[in-house]
Design a protein around this ligand. Sequence first.
Ligand SMILES: Cc1cc2nc3c(=O)[nH]c(=O)nc-3n(C[C@H](O)[C@H](O)[C@H](O)COP(=O)(O)OP(=O)(O)OC[C@H]3O[C@@H](n4cnc5c(N)ncnc54)[C@H](O)[C@@H]3O)c2cc1C
Length: 302
Amino acid sequence: MNFIQANNSKKICDIDLTQFNDYSNRYTTLKRSTLLKFLFQNIPQEKINFNSNITKVDNSNGIRISFGDNKNEEFDYLIISDGIFSKTRSFIFTESIYPKYNLNVALRGKLKGDYGNDISIYMGSNSHYVIYPVNQNNEHNFVAIIKKKLSSDELKNYGLFKSEEFLNSLLSGLQNSQISLKNLSELKSFPVHVSSDFPSLNKKNVFLSGDALFTFPPSFAQGASQSIETANDILKSILNGTNEFYQERIRSISSINNKSKFNHFSFHLSNPINIFIRNKILKYLSKNKIFLENYLGKIYRA
Ligand SMILES: Cc1cc2nc3c(=O)[nH]c(=O)nc-3n(C[C@H](O)[C@H](O)[C@H](O)COP(=O)(O)OP(=O)(O)OC[C@H]3O[C@@H](n4cnc5c(N)ncnc54)[C@H](O)[C@@H]3O)c2cc1C
């Protein structure tokens, strides 16, 4: 993983992520669709109820779910995993845990060109962008996070995020970027929302997973991984009859959230003196085994 200063394209340092690999676990990057295909292969289709709509959840005595077609059913457990704006969550939890706009816009797309096999993080003033391979056919993803104040009307205006003018203004805001619109396809932008609080854990037999549980700032590439690891901890909690694993996961998510916020802060520095100091520290820490084990190893090996 390369760290590059965006305004002069100079590489500051790199971290060899293969040091966290072992025989059966390897750090990898891939397309979201590849991951979904892999996960779907393991779920028998007859276990999935397509085109079904939950209209009410009553968890006062057991779990009773009403569906759009006036059907009611009782369940032993409810695992809510319908993403950042989870509708199912809103039937049970109050709005205080809903993710809020964190004053940044994400821009993502497919990138054409030869960018090698590394993950490269370009750190600019109030922005950063990442280029990473999604397979071994020289296909890459581009994801930029750009600070942007938006009014509540702008946030609701879906057309704004699709407009070419807005996409161009985001791209041109990236310092010294070698990336141009013509190299990018399937470009999308959207406001970044993050959680600030966890839901109450004392709802019997109700679990949340993934972004419905907690949404991180996208500066540690851990959202999808934590969704999967939380799902595994929910299963262990159910089999064990205790909330222990689920609660432990919430502690790790809290720690990852702090690291994500710290990454975001240091990637977006704009004062030249602060940038100089950051680069020196980063150079030192990127080769410090104890720091790397604590900051990354504990998460990647979990
Ligand atoms: C810019 C950006 C970059 C990111 N980069 C990374 C990265 O590099 N690595 C990483 O690990 N994470 C990354 N993440 C985070 C990651 O995308 C999310 O954390 C992850 O997708 C969360 O998974 P999820 O299953 O909880 O939610 P989602 O992926 O949002 O899936 C929720 C699913 O529920 C479905 N759904 C919604 N409502 C209903 C309903 N009522 N009934 C049935 N189904 C419903 C949706 O259609 C969707 O398929 C990034 C996020 C952002 C914003």
